[in-house]
Design a protein around this ligand. Sequence first.
Ligand code: P5A
Length: 429
Amino acid sequence: MRLSEFVLPTLKETPAEAQIVSHQLMLRAGMIRQESVGIYSWLPLGLRVMKNVEAIIREEQNLAGAQEILMPTIQSADLWRESGRYDDYGKEMLRIEDRHGRDLLYGPTNEEMVTAILRDYIKSYRELPVNLYHIQWKFRDEVRPRFGVMRGREFLMKDAYSFDLDLEGAKKSYDNMFATYLRTFTRMGLKAVPVRADPGAIGGDMSHEFHILTGTGESAIFYDVIYDELTLDVDNPDVEALQSIYAVEEKLHDPVSCPVAGDRLKQARGIEVGHIFYFGTKYSKAMGLVVDGPEGERIIVEMGSYGIGVSRLPAAIIEASHDKNGIIWPDSVAPFAVGLVNLKVADKACVSQCEDIYNRLREAGIDVLYDDRDERPGAKFADMDLIGLPWQLVVGPRELAVDRLELKRRDGGAREELSLESVLAKLTG
Ligand code: P5A
């Protein structure tokens, strides 16, 4: 992609309305644009990151055996009257009336709808277990939408729903998602701490939130310092052991009964990027999701639900990975792998060299953003640092003279002088 053709409205100044660094940088890097309070458009650079985040989540969900579906954003109120949540949900739910006077709503979550789907198609114990997920926009009329996409009103969520025959199966499904979440966040360059949590409006009696520890996190958590010392074996995490480590959200922390000694207990702030629930038969019982067992007995299906804040994640990643000059994207979610900077667009030799490199990079399958704009080098470097691509490849008359290119790693700033062949090898390696 040529930067001269790319819609990248970067800002030099920090917008006054943004209080936390991820919101500031997302606006300055031209990733998002506010349309209404808590409602955003995703511009090309931002959408590329969110799509990468989504792809990692999708891959891990599929590997875990979950099947992707797509449920609508708009739901019928009657579905929610069946579970009793239509009234319970209160003002957070955006209620809509269609032209026939029927009550609809913009879904804040999908437990009811997915339960109704399975109720229609699953009749026998042989058809379980099943896990269905989708990646779809949600709406919650939050009391305090803030921090940009971190707490929006419209936001993208991955939500999965497990269906099992008994508690043992349900716990297995829960632990499977628990392990999958650890892998998912690790692949995004994040260290997520699972903490026991209050199930709130979703309900149930077992629940974990996954937190990225940063000073600007909205939630307070308490945890055993073991977590800081732990190196996770993400390919084969010991879920039981991890769940037995003391880590809780503030609401559940009781200093009197806390089993961790004062000097081993840490208090921190975290960003909740995922939340999983086991709620047994709460919805299946209310809505009649029942299957025939082996002896013809009727079995009420055991359920859990598993959420990831897809549109919150790009912001969480920025909170965890930035410096004073801008964003530092982990390779796995970066909007482009490398930025190619032409330092002298008035110099014909420099232009032809850059065009050649640009083509070679693309032929090698490398995602490149080519800064071919007629701008001062200082402005180009500042923009490249701001948007945080993992590598910067700099071409100017000096580099041409020695037939070497300067390759800079955004994270740490290390620079190397390399031939184009070595650059290609490094970026595809
Ligand atoms: C789990 C999946 C649920 O809704 N039902 C389906 C369950 N859980 S949750 O904790 O309420 O939300 C799941 C994740 O969505 C993100 N999230 C948000 N992101 C941005 N703006 C919001 N207003 C918002 N609310 C929730 C969080 O990452 C949360 O963990």
